[in-house]
Structure formats: structure tokens, C-alpha cells
Write a protein that binds this ligand. Structure first.
Ligand code: DGL
Length: 277
């Protein structure tokens, strides 16, 4: 019998998805993983919806071509601006047996559990904020919650560049200040851009003590594990052997080092190239 060799693909514009990958692999060490960061084209957050769609689709197709049976868009910007089109227009025609999942709906469904005041701030990229998806989905899920989305400005750029600490601290202060000025009752801040989870401690320190910071890694890992339990048609195609292969579209050695450093293990990272048309 041929053993199934399928993998779980995890995609992000760059380094942010590593924070999600870490939680997923901790929770489900029984599978094999492919991580792809499109660092060459990051950040996505200041791009048009059409560009984000094209870049995301190219990454997803690369992961499919390299063995992924299911891909998690560990990127809110891609989840907000490309997921639905991929699910509706691409998968049914070209990859009817494969799956692509986003991270915004699982986050929205869990957000209320963290807040007492019902006033929740979300820090996200410009393109995610512009999409309005967090507010729209929360309104559907629980209209009693007030969701205040604030752009994280230059944060993704600073993280991808290896963060100049002084500039980073100033940017965090201005972003956080802008959010709290809009609603004094916010008691929970959701890191609605996976990159921000990599500087969660610094964001936490910039906030008042009574405000909780919540990243998406744990939420997404729990929801994915639940999804796997319910979808045996995907599970049976996955290889039951733990491994993670890390890929980036960037040839920059510093990015590779950052990737290994952010994942927290001695990980080998390979550069890949593919067409984005
Ligand atoms: N990590 C991504 C997110 O969760 C986007 C970062 C970017 O490329 O702007 O939105």
C-alpha cells in the first residue's frame, strides 16, 4: 500500500505565520508541515486587493504543487482579501479535493471570550482594516461586541527588516495610543496581523495593565484541530510523521536567519521561486 504523503501548508506574506505555525505544530505534532513565507513581496498590507489575491493564490498553488492537501492562510490580510475568491472561484474548478482555510472567522468567534467590557481593539494591516472584515463578521457573530480596528502602520515593515528597536518602540506607542484614544473601554487587544504576535511582549508593555493582548496562534490551532477531527477525508491523505520544511521567496540570508530565530528552533530555510501572474 502506498502511504499518504500529504502535508499541511501554512502560508503568510512573511514571518508572521510562524507564530501560528508554532502553536499548530505544538497542538498537532502528528503531521508534516510546509511553511511558505512570501517575504520577497511582503508586506501585503499596503497592496491592492487584486495584488493580494494574486500573490496569495500563487503561494497556495505552490504549496499544493509541493504536497499540501490543506493550506492555512496564517495571514489576516490574505484571509480578508483573497480567501473567499480562492474558495469560490479556484478550488471548485482546479483543486476540488484540496482546502484553504483562513484565520479571521475563528478569531472573531473566540474574541468575545477574552473581554469583559465587550469593547475589543484589533490591530491589523491597512488592507485588513480597509476590508472591514473584523467588524462585519463580529456584527454577524455577536452584535453586542464593539470592535475597533486600528492600522498597525509600519510595524510589519519594521519586523521584516529585523526591527530597529527605537523606531519599533515609537511606532508601537503611536499605534497603541491611536487605538486607545478611540475607545477608553477597550480591555482586550487582538493582534489581527500575525506579524504582531512576534512582538506581543512589546505591545503588551505599551498598554495599560488592565488591557489583555491576545494573539491568534492558540485560537487557530484549536480550531484547526477541531476541523481535522471532523474532516477525515483530509486527515487520511496526510502523512503521519512530524516534519517542517521552511520556504521563503526571499534570497536574503537575514530573512532566513530571522525565520529560524522566530520559529525558535534550528530550522533550515530554503529559497523558492515561482511565477505570480
Ligand atoms: N502577517 C500578515 C497578516 O496577518 C500581513 C503582513 C503584511 O504582509 O502586511 O495580516
Amino acid at each position: 500500500m502506498i502511504k499518504p504523503a500529504g502535508k499541511i501548508g501554512v502560508f503568510d506574506s512573511g514571518l508572521g505565520g510562524l507564530a501560528v505555525l508554532r502553536e499548530i505544530t505544538k497542538r498537532m505534532p502528528e503531521y508534516g508541515y510546509l511553511y511558505l513565507g512570501d517575504n520577497l513581496r511582503a508586506p501585503y498590507g499596503d497592496k491592492s486587493q487584486e495584488e493580494i489575491f494574486k500573490h496569495t493564490l500563487a503561494g497556495v498553488e505552490w504549496l499544493f504543487a509541493n504536497g499540501a492537501e490543506i493550506v492555512i492562510l496564517a495571514c489576516n490580510t490574505a484571509s480578508a482579501n483573497a480567501l473567499r475568491r480562492i474558495q469560490r472561484e479556484i478550488l471548485p474548478l482546479e483543486y476540488p479535493d484540496k482546502r484553504v482555510l483562513g484565520i479571521i472567522i475563528p478569531t472573531v468567534e473566540s474574541m468575545e471570550n477574552f473581554s469583559r467590557s465587550g469593547h475589543i481593539g484589533v490591530l491589523a494591516t491597512e488592507a485588513t482594516v480597509a476590508s472591514g472584515v473584523f467588524e462585519v463578521e463580529m456584527e454577524k457573530h455577536n452584535p453586542d461586541i464593539r470592535t475597533i480596528c486600528q492600522s498597525g502602520g509600519m510595524l510589519v515593515n519594521l519586523i521584516e527588516r529585523g526591527k530597529d528597536q527605537k523606531i519599533l518602540a515609537a511606532e508601537i506607542k503611536s499605534v497603541v495610543g491611536g487605538l486607545l484614544d478611540r475607545d477608553g473601554l477597550i480591555d482586550t487587544v487582538i493582534l489581527g496581523c500575525t506579524h504582531y504576535a512576534l512582538i506581543a511582549g512589546q505591545i503588551e508593555r505599551a498598554l495599560p495593565k488592565n488591557v489583555k493582548v491576545v494573539g491568534q496562534g492558540g485560537i487557530v490551532a484549536a480550531k484547526l484541530s477541531d476541523y481535522m477531527d471532523r474532516h477525515s477525508e483530509i486527515r487520511v491523505r496526510l502523512e503521519n510523521r512530524f516534519l517542517i520544511d521552511f520556504y521563503t521567496t526571499s534570497g536574503n540570508e537575514d530573512i532566513k536567519k530571522l525565520m529560524a530565530q522566530f520559529y525558535g528552533e534550528d530550522s533550515r530555510v530554503s529559497t523558492v521561486e515561482y511565477d505570480v501572474s
